[in-house]
Design a protein around this ligand. Structure first.
Ligand code: ZN
Length: 214
């Protein structure tokens, strides 16, 4: 395993650790991937700037009396650079690390989209939204490269119970509902699954799968 692969493994094992991501960015830069390195740094700075969240609220909007907030100015610079790097990056690394026909968005973007989507934050995909069958098909490949911790399913996994039972070789046959969700969470540890908002199981169990606060 080379240094890059070892660092990636550490990132996957410690999804909340920015330090190892920044070390990986240095590694990428030293190996000719300057834009990818900058993308990781820009997204980490964005996420750690309190104005990336505060600027969503009216109370934090710039006022004529106070002038623009320096943090907010920096956040808008970072957003601009993030998009520029994204445009340069498409075809370079995303094509190789995102399943075909999936979309790529930022973590702050709305979700779910009507196509399978990976949402990037701090340089890597942190969330996915997709039909249950797509997750089943691509989960292992995605998890080799991305520290995904949250998956919004846009179809009900119960529809895929026979397929799941056949492919994942669980020792307990899956039946229905929450049983399936718990088994999925055991199969892909560290990931919180959410069902579509209109799923009947959500009725009495919203607290279990309420979206994380922004
Ligand atoms: Zn601000």
């Amino acid at each position: 395993m080379d240094d890059g692969a070892a660092l990636l493994k550490q990132i996957l094992a410690n999804p909340h650790d920015d330090v190892v991501r920044l070390v990986y960015a240095d590694y990428l830069e030293e190996h000719g991937e300057r834009e990818r390195a900058e993308f990781i740094r820009v997204q980490i700075e964005y996420a750690s700037n309190p104005c990336s969240v505060l600027s969503r609220f009216q109370s934090h909007a710039p006022s004529p009396a106070n002038g623009p907030c320096a943090g907010c100015v920096r956040v808008s610079e970072l957003r601009k650079r993030e998009v520029e790097l994204t445009l340069q990056a498409v075809g370079q690394w995303w094509m190789s690390e995102v399943p075909q026909k999936w979309m790529v968005k930022f973590d702050r973007d709305r979700m779910p989209y009507d196509r399978p989507t990976l949402y990037y934050a701090r340089g890597f995909a942190c969330r996915a939204s997709c039909p249950a069958a797509d997750w089943l098909k691509h989960a292992d490949a995605i998890r080799e490269r991305h520290p995904v911790t949250r998956v919004v399913l846009t179809t009900m996994p119960t529809a895929h119970v026979p397929e799941v039972n056949a492919t994942r070789k669980w020792n307990k046959p899956l039946e229905w509902g929450a049983d399936v969700m718990w088994t999925w969470e055991a199969e892909w540890p560290g990931i919180a699954f959410e069902l579509p908002a209109n799923h009947p199981l959500n009725e009495g169990m919203v607290a279990w799968w309420a979206p994380a606060p922004l």
